[in-house]
Write a protein that binds this ligand. Structure first.
Ligand code: COA
Length: 256
């Protein structure tokens, strides 16, 4: 059972290897590269591993998680922020990794229990026609919070070279927030997300995206990688305030 000390401290993670430790049977063949990496048009992706020692135990951080590895792990019982069921969260992680539409990074224990995840998924709805734009979702198991795990996981993930080719969107929508579990109100929760993501290169932007615009405490944080082409940045700037169907009209109008 996870121990939850009243004041936990974590130490900066240590990168164990720049080379992938691939489980038997998994080869990161080009056809299996996640589309985040293909969109990045970068070098061969490397699934990195880092060690993170917390007061609750040693963890391993891993990005570009291979599907067979995810399948071999178990979700912690408190990993339930988005669907309320750890098995469902685990299935979603596997699905993202298997389809290659996005990528999965995790923090896991030495005994193979997933305690936190960071998912990059293909942007849909309002952002659907933007290339190289991915939505970021983060969560830590209720039993492993305030150990600095997500801070370290975010920091670890944004150090991957291919991330610099991408635009990441973190949509803070208050119906996803665990206000009860964190003891924060909506304003405090959005401050938490700012505190967590601004140091990792995100900036807060205004948008008329309907979900974000619905409540004052909702927010949109954007990280534009250092190697994102200017036209993709311009497309995002336009998309912040113009609906997808109007964008098309504008493009058609421009082309006519
Ligand atoms: C938000 C969430 C991901 C934070 O994960 P975590 O692993 O507990 O975060 P960390 O321990 O890395 O803390 C990051 C920072 O937030 C602060 N923080 C975390 N929880 C807090 C709380 N309940 N109250 C105040 N500050 C808090 C920490 O103090 C830390 O800041 P510091 O490094 O300056 O001390 C976690 O609470 C969670 O999974 N919530 C449900 C899902 C969710 O809301 N996801 C975000 C939207 S996609």
């Amino acid at each position: 059972m996870a121990v939850r000390p009243s004041r936990c401290v974590s130490w900066p993670c240590r990168l164990l290897s720049d080379t992938p430790t691939r489980p038997t049977g998994w080869r990161l063949a080009r056809r299996n590269w996640p589309d985040v990496v293909l969109a990045a048009r970068g070098d061969e992706p490397v699934s990195r591993v880092a060690q993170l020692d917390t007061r609750c135990g040693r963890l391993f951080l891993r990005d570009l998680c291979p599907p067979p590895l995810l399948e071999s792990l178990q979700p912690d019982r408190g990993l339930a922020a988005f669907t309320r069921r750890p098995e469902r969260e685990h299935a979603i992680l596997q699905q993202v990794a298997e389809t290659g539409h996005g990528s999965v990074a995790i923090a896991r224990t030495e005994t193979g229990v997933i305690v936190a995840s960071l998912v990059l998924s293909t942007s849909v709805d309002w952002w659907r026609d933007l290339n190289g734009v991915y939505k970021l979702s983060i969560q830590t198991s209720r039993d492993w919070r305030r150990l600095g795990i997500v801070r370290q996981l975010v920091d670890f993930c944004v150090r991957a070279p291919w991330i610099e080719h991408l635009i990441l969107l973190a949509m803070g929508l208050d119906w996803h927030w665990d206000l009860q579990g964190t003891g924060l109100d909506a304003g405090g929760y959005s401050d938490l997300l700012r505190k967590l993501l601004l140091p990792a290169g995100f900036r807060e932007v205004h948008t008329s995206e309907p979900n974000v615009a619905l409540h004052a405490s909702n927010l949109l944080l954007v990280r534009v990688g250092a190697r994102v082409p200017p036209e993709r940045q311009a497309a995002l700037d336009e998309a912040l305030f113009i609906a997808p169907w109007q964008r098309r009209e504008i493009h058609i109008g421009r082309g006519a």
